[in-house]
Write a protein that binds this ligand. Structure first.
Ligand code: N01
Length: 894
């Protein structure tokens, strides 16, 4: 029975009467369980590992289908904790086969004498937290029960096969196999009519080999997947040389990398490269045969921007068409419904070429779905295919299934983990779960796990857990448990991280979309291996933040809180700035600060192309002012937005917010005119305010010459530029024009007092400091003038102003005065849309293509501008990154 093949993996034996008492019980004797056993033992803890298999290997024990091999290069896919182990083992290939990896794990088990503490053929039937004993009690199907202080799930991420979900499986009279539970005996497919259902990594590896054996192979494909050629062979000499040149350095670099393989971070973006340069990079990657290289080294926007991604997806589709001779089959094999990398891409050997064989047929389930499996084969709604063998390569109930499907786990108050996770997994760090004391998940949901080189992530998790258990013992604690606050904060951080990548745009097991009824959510941590490692260390250095530590005879210790409140990319930017130990801007003097800003701007990603950029001069009150005009690529005329840059009335010019102006131009489809207003200390208050007003008037009067539509102009500005935009609206109302149709205020300065909470909460550490704001104010405006509404628009009359969009950032000294302005505008009857951006800092939304999590906020700003101008809402044609975000994702930045 196929279902039985999935569900019944070991014989049912009865538990003995005795109970095995240990410090730690570990479930799973794969990569994670073996290393956990080794480290726990070395730490002096008594351990038992339980596994229903007959030997070590975990996923590599079960997944022995034809063609199974690793798709991370074997130089990177192994233990790195012991250099002597590394020298004692030689991989024979670039990508090792399943039998070789299994031999390796057996070798490791022997070398560290691990088998003596492993109970094979033993399934845990239930695990329950015993409140009285403060221990976990485990029932097993073979041998004694286990009582342990700590319980470690080393069950992997892909260990619970998914049921086939196709009617009639039980009726089939032929042979049935699951790639994830391939029999240990020889399976002879020679001369047989075989079907493979599923074209994920397992199917794509198995199909070419099965095609060579079978009389006929029919592949049932529901979703075409991206596959790259492995070009297997000996390990590449350059990687080996790199590793052997500095083994410790190589491994350390992997630990701090994004994916757990030591490739540098790519900074060149796709639009900086010509078509020929992109093709050259792609051909190099195609020839290299390396998934992580291809995902990370082509161009920086491949993984987070739909347009950057489409460029590579198109090149892969072109390759498929060049390999597969039948155009209809090639078209069916070309993935079309998800970005490259959003669903796990595959590494193949002769996969696409296999469809040129005369004994292989591809059935496109999108065109002819399976009606049922019958006694003799598979019936689609167009035909019946007679078969001797059906191979299900239909995947796994990933990540959560690897925990909940193993056995009921009952924590405090009788709560079961599957009930707690009914709406999606809740963890702290992907390692622990509130309400489940002393339970650890190795590479659990919420950790980098499957978005990383598992070998690296497993070692990091095991090391963290064992180090914590040792520290607990030394401190006299016996129980550790995540708090609800910490866990909820981690869920928010996970959702924020999911905005960094395109995984949310695919139906994939990463999000649970492959299992009917499973709650949707990007389950692995998408913020990268290195940043994650730093966070785990920070939890410890901040006094076990988010954990409750206790012991029967000791006072409880609980340092509650959220470990990451910043958006993940904001955190990276701020950490990078902190590491650079830059001087305080206000210590540089105005000239020094301007030179500093020029240097910083030179290092940022180039802005994206727009239709046209024109530099010109307009007439201000006291002479000419420079401007830079950004025109969309679409047919004009276009509404005009007059833009004022940030820089505290002291720094910057009409070019200094260039990427933001380009972005607004592309997203809104409007002309942006960035004004070079005059700066303090050369020109103090009210010069900037008056220049802003005069420039707006001039631009409105010259709209037609500039290619603008007749009618009101809009104003926008960031920071001090937001101040000028707000003031301009008031002056335009009071001085009889020009007509302003709307105002976009991004982190605006609206008042001249410093007593609101955001000034003290965010006084330091978030780039714009309180001291810097003091300095800006002192240079720009004397204290006597600061109550003038042209300096502090919050103090002006607000009735009759144009509609506003006010954006404020949580970690910004200016947050509360921005919020106050929005509230005051609303109270004065002005229509206001407000975005209080959680986890963002003052520069988040102008750091285009650096702070990727700012995308949804900028999309909303552009929509507001279009609304102010009376344009229809963007249908997706205008935006460069037309991400059809699920509602959860669009809300994440707020
Ligand atoms: O599973 P999958 P997998 N009717 O979920 C299809 C790792 N791995 O075992 O995409 C018809 O990727 C399903 O279609 P769709 C690796 O991380 C690593 O192949 O849901 N079709 C899909 O095509 C990998 O990602 C290696 O529309 C059905 C396929 O079955 C992960 O394991 C090797 C269906 C399942 O693909 C899982 O890979 C192998 C149905 N009812 C695996 N249900 C290495 O090399 C599902 N499908 C290390």
């Amino acid at each position: 029975m196929p279902d039985a093949a999935v569900e019944t993996r070991s014989s049912e034996a009865t538990s003995g009467g005795a109970t095995q008492q240990v410090d730690v019980a570990v479930v799973g004797a794969g990569f994670a369980g073996l290393y956990a056993l080794h480290r726990l033992r070395k730490a002096g803890l008594s351990v038992v590992v339980l596994d229903e298999a007959e030997d070590v290997g975990g996923t590599w024990y079960w997944n022995r289908y034809p063609g199974a091999r690793c798709d991370i290069q074997t130089v990177d896919y192994g233990y790195a904790f012991d250099p002597a182990l590394e020298s004692a083992w030689q991989w024979s290939e670039k990508y090792a086969t399943q039998p070789e990896i299994l031999r390796y794990l057996g070798f490791v088990a022997d070398r560290y004498d691990l088998r003596r503490d492993i109970r094979f053929r033993t399934r845990v039937k239930a695990a329950a937290w015993d409140e009285a004993a403060q221990r976990w009690q485990l029932a097993t199907d073979n041998g004694p029960r286990v009582s342990c202080r700590y319980y470690v799930m080393a069950t992997g991420c892909l260990s619970a096969p998914k049921p086939p979900e196709i009617d009639g499986v039980r009726d089939f009279k032929g042979e049935v196999y699951f790639t994830g539970r391939w029999p240990h005996h020889e399976v002879n497919l020679t001369g047989k009519r075989v079907a493979v259902i599923g074209t994920g990594s397992s199917g794509i590896q198995a199909i070419p080999i099965i095609a060579e054996q079978a009389a006929h192979l029919t592949v049932f494909q529901r979703t075409a997947n991206f596959a790259l050629p492995a070009h297997n062979g000996p390990a590449p000499a350059d990687r080996i040389a790199l590793l052997e040149g500095d083994r410790a350095g190589y491994r350390e670099q992997a630990r701090w990398s994004l994916a757990g393989v030591p490739w540098p971070q790519q900074t060149t973006v796709s639009w900086q490269l010509s078509d020929a340069e992109r093709r050259e990079r792609f051909e190099k990657a195609w020839a290299a045969g390396d998934l992580i290289y291809t995902l990370s080294q082509l161009w920086a926007d491949l993984g987070n921007d739909v347009d950057g991604n489409t460029l590579v997806a198109d090149l892969i589709r072109e390759k498929i068409r060049s390999i597969v001779t039948d155009p209809k089959t090639a078209a069916t094999l070309a993935p079309f419904d998800h970005p490259f990398g959003a669903k796990r891409p595959c590494l193949d050997t002769n996969y696409y070429a296999t469809y040129n064989r005369s004994n292989v047929t591809l059935v496109n389930l999108r065109e002819e779905p399976i009606k049922a499996i019958t006694a003799s084969g598979i019936a689609t709604d167009r035909r019946t295919i007679d078969l001797d063998v059906i191979v299900f390569a239909t995947g796994f109930d990933a990540m959560t299934g690897a925990v909940t499907a193993v056995h009921p786990i009952t924590g405090r108050g009788g709560k079961e983990i599957s009930a707690v996770w009914a709406n999606g997994p809740q963890t702290y760090l992907g390692l622990t779960v509130a309400g489940f004391p002393n339970l650890f998940l190795i590479t659990g949901p919420g950790s980098p796990s499957v978005l990383s080189n598992m070998a690296v992530s497993i070692e990091q998790h095991v090391d963290w857990v064992v180090d914590r258990l040792v520290a607990l013992r030394e401190a006299g604690f016996t129980t550790i448990e995540a708090t609800e606050t910490a866990q909820a904060g981690w869920s928010r951080h996970l959702a924020d991280c999911s905005m960094l990548t395109l995984h949310r745009l695919a139906n994939t097991w990463y999000t649970g979309a492959n299992v009917p009824g499973k709650p949707w959510g990007v389950m692995p941590y998408a913020g990268g291996v290195g940043p994650y490692r730093a966070i785990c260390s920070e939890v410890v250095s901040r006094g076990m933040l988010g954990f409750r530590l206790s012991a029967p005879d000791a006072p409880e210790q609980c340092n509650d809180g959220e470990i990451v409140r910043l958006q993940p990319d904001v955190r990276l930017v701020l950490n990078m700035l902190a590491d650079m130990k830059l001087p305080a801007i206000e210590s540089l003097g105005a000239e020094g600060a301007r030179a500093f800003l020029t240097m910083v701007n030179a290092g940022r990603p180039a802005g994206r192309p727009v239709g046209e950029i024109v530099d010109g001069t307009l007439t201000g009150t006291n002479g000419p002012l420079p401007y830079r005009l950004y025109r969309p690529a679409t047919q004009g005329p276009h509404p005009i937005v007059v833009y004022f840059h940030g820089g505290g009335w002291v720094l910057g010019d009409e070019q200094s917010d260039d990427p933001f102006c380009r972005d607004m131009c592309r997203r809104s489809g409007m002309i942006i005119v960035s004004v070079g207003y005059r700066h303090a200390p050369e020109h103090r208050f009210p010069t900037a305010a008056e220049d802003g007003y005069a420039a707006t008037r001039w631009i409105a009067e010259h709209a037609a010459e500039l290619g603008g539509t007749p009618g009101p102009v809009l104003v926008a500005g960031w920071s001090a530029g937001g101040n000028i935009a707000a003031v301009t609206c008031q002056l335009a109302r009071d001085r009889g024009g020009p007509r302003v149709g709307g105002q976009l205020l991004v982190c605006p300065v609206t008042d001249s007092t410093f007593d609101r909470p955001s000034y003290s909460e965010n006084a330091e550490g978030y780039f714009l400091t309180r001291a810097l704001m003091y300095w800006f104010w002192d240079i720009y405006c004397s204290p006597a003038d600061r109550t003038d509404p042209r300096a502090a628009p919050l103090r002006g009359k607000l009735e009759g102003l144009p509609p506003a969009f006010v954006l404020t950032c949580e970690f910004d000294p200016l947050r509360d005065e921005g919020v106050a302005y929005a509230e005051a505008l609303r109270a004065a009857g002005v229509p206001v849309e407000q975005l209080e951006a959680r986890g963002h800092f003052h520069a988040s939304f102008t750091m285009v293509d650096v702070v990727v999590t700012g995308v949804s906020g900028r999309a909303r700003m552009a929509e507001a501008l279009r609304r102010f101008a009376g344009l229809p809402q963007d249908t997706g044609q205008l935006r460069p990154d037309r991400n059809p975000l699920p509602p959860e994702a669009s809300a994440a930045a707020e």
